[in-house]
Design a protein around this ligand. Structure first.
Ligand code: CMC
Length: 429
């Protein structure tokens, strides 16, 4: 058996042999299939990249049919159970689990870069009182590039490393300050004696106490949520980071593109949309009517369905379990009842079954976030903070990948051609 495709062009009768590597043909090889010199060659039309590989990657593996997710080969279930977010971040970026001294150095570096320049604080304070925290995060991460102009030198590995440490370290600070801003509360500085997740909770919720120590069960639940959100291969925001990063811009600007993509309701904004949906449904008695609306196409069941998972999202299973631990501390979120009923009905309904629509990571995470006293606007920030490690791992892989070029898709032009400009006097009558 030869690893190739034979393509016959029925317009010319010519046959072409296209090599197959890892089940893919190179799109450029299709460009050689032409009817004549004026023909630009065959291209692939693939809006949303539903069947186009944009890179080779060794970071995250997903088998959507089987519901498998692995970071660098390690199953997500084991990482969520036994690892820490910073260890996972190291694994994603460096490709291997750290030994003791590597871990301690990494943790030390991240911990000691949690502070941001005071001017960052001043400009964050300039946002309107009701600014969406994702908008604030997006702007402030983008602005970090102006504080570290050396970050433009992306060809120097040690410089790259420094910026990755800074970004992972500062995201919780910026995210927490965006939250405090909306509450009209003073921004809280990092506490470098605390773990990554515990420090984040302290910056969010500390008031007049000398030291804020969150309940360990909540810290652990947040750590698990961070691990689950750390990477997810070539999703919309990662693609945005890679696409913008392919211009060789600094990592702060590339990460900002990821945050912007994550902001959208079909991506990271879905958990916020789930909460709003559950509130709108209001009681389990209204669930059947809501499901009818979804099937009629009037609604979308937010938190359901995934481009890749055609089975239960493994992250949703872990989050559902974490709900119990969080609710043991905070009391049960009353919306849980509605979510469970929605899931039960949807998993038995032909509409959802035939389309392989299952709960995704966002279906239950919002319930936990709400129980932790976060307003829905903060949910996507809680996604962006841990995803930073994944974005940076993907960015680093991109920068080192000799196959990569500046992202520049083709288009199929459907507009007019060679029109003569009509002067204003004639058009305006
Ligand atoms: N509710 C109702 N119908 C749905 C849903 C849903 N949540 N998701 C997909 N469908 C239907 C869709 O209408 C289509 O039906 P038909 O074939 O009759 O036209 C079919 O299922 C296939 O859907 P699609 O929109 O072609 O699938 P996609 O791969 O382009 O979209 C998705 C994936 C995640 C955008 C979509 O499932 C969706 O909008 N879900 C709700 C939003 C959501 O929960 N997003 C979070 C995704 S997980 C977090 C992340 O990784 O970002």
């Amino acid at each position: 058996m030869t690893d190739s495709l034979t393509v016959r062009d029925n317009r010319t009768g010519n046959e072409y042999e296209l090599p197959l590597t890892d089940g893919t043909i190179r799109a450029a090889d299709l460009g050689g299939i032409r009817t004549g010199d004026d023909d630009p060659g065959v291209a692939v039309y693939d809006p949303g990249f539903t069947n186009t590989a944009s890179c080779r990657s060794s970071i995250t593996y997903i088998d959507g049919d089987k519901g498998i997710l692995e970071y660098r080969g390690y199953p997500i279930e084991q990482l969520a159970e036994s690892s820490t977010y910073l260890e996972v971040a190291y694994l994603l970026i460096h490709g291997e689990l750290p030994d003791k001294s590597q871990y301690e150095t990494w943790e030390h570096q991240i911990t000691y870069h949690t502070f941001v320049h005071e001017n960052v604080k001043s400009f964050m304070q300039g946002f309107r009182y009701d600014a969406h925290p994702m908008g604030m995060l997006l702007a402030s991460v983008g602005a970090l590039s102006t504080f570290y102009p050396e970050s433009r030198n992306i060809s120097d590995p040690s410089n790259r490393h420094m910026q990755m440490v800074r970004l992972i370290a500062k995201m919780p600070t910026l995210g927490a300050w965006a939250f405090r801003h909306g509450q009209g509360k003073p921004y809280v500085y990092p506490d470098n004696e605390l773990s990554y997740a515990a420090n984040f909770l302290a910056m969010l919720f500390k008031m007049s106490e000398q030291k804020f120590l969150a309940d360990e069960r909540l810290t652990k639940a947040l750590e698990i949520l961070f691990i689950l959100h750390a990477d997810h291969e070539q999703n919309c925001s990662t693609n945005a980071v890679r696409s913008v990063g392919s211009s060789q811009v600094d990592p702060y600007s590339a990460t900002t593109a990821g945050i912007a993509a994550l902001y959208g309701p079909l991506h990271g904004g879905a958990n916020e949309a789930v909460l709003r949906m559950l509130r709108r449904i209001g009681s389990i008695d209204n669930v059947p009517d809501f499901i009818t609306g979804v099937k009629n196409g009037d609604e979308r069941l937010m938190g359901f369905g995934h481009r890749v998972y055609k089975n239960y999202d493994p992250r949703a299973t872990i989050i559902k379990r974490a709900c119990d631990d969080v609710f043991a501390v905070t009391g049960v979120n009353p919306l849980l009842e509605i979510a469970v009923e929605l899931e039960k009905i949807a998993l038995e309904d032909e509409y959802f079954v035939s389309r392989k629509l299952y709960p995704n990571v966002d279906f239950y995470s919002g319930l936990i976030y709400e129980a932790l006293s976060f307003p829905p606007e903060m949910f996507t920030v809680l996604f962006a903070i841990p995803r930073t490690a994944g974005w940076l791992a993907q960015w680093r892989e991109l920068v080192d990948d000799k196959d990569q070029k500046i992202a520049r898709p083709k288009q199929i032009y459907t507009g007019e051609r060679t029109l003569d400009f009509t002067p204003r006097e004639q058009r305006w009558g």
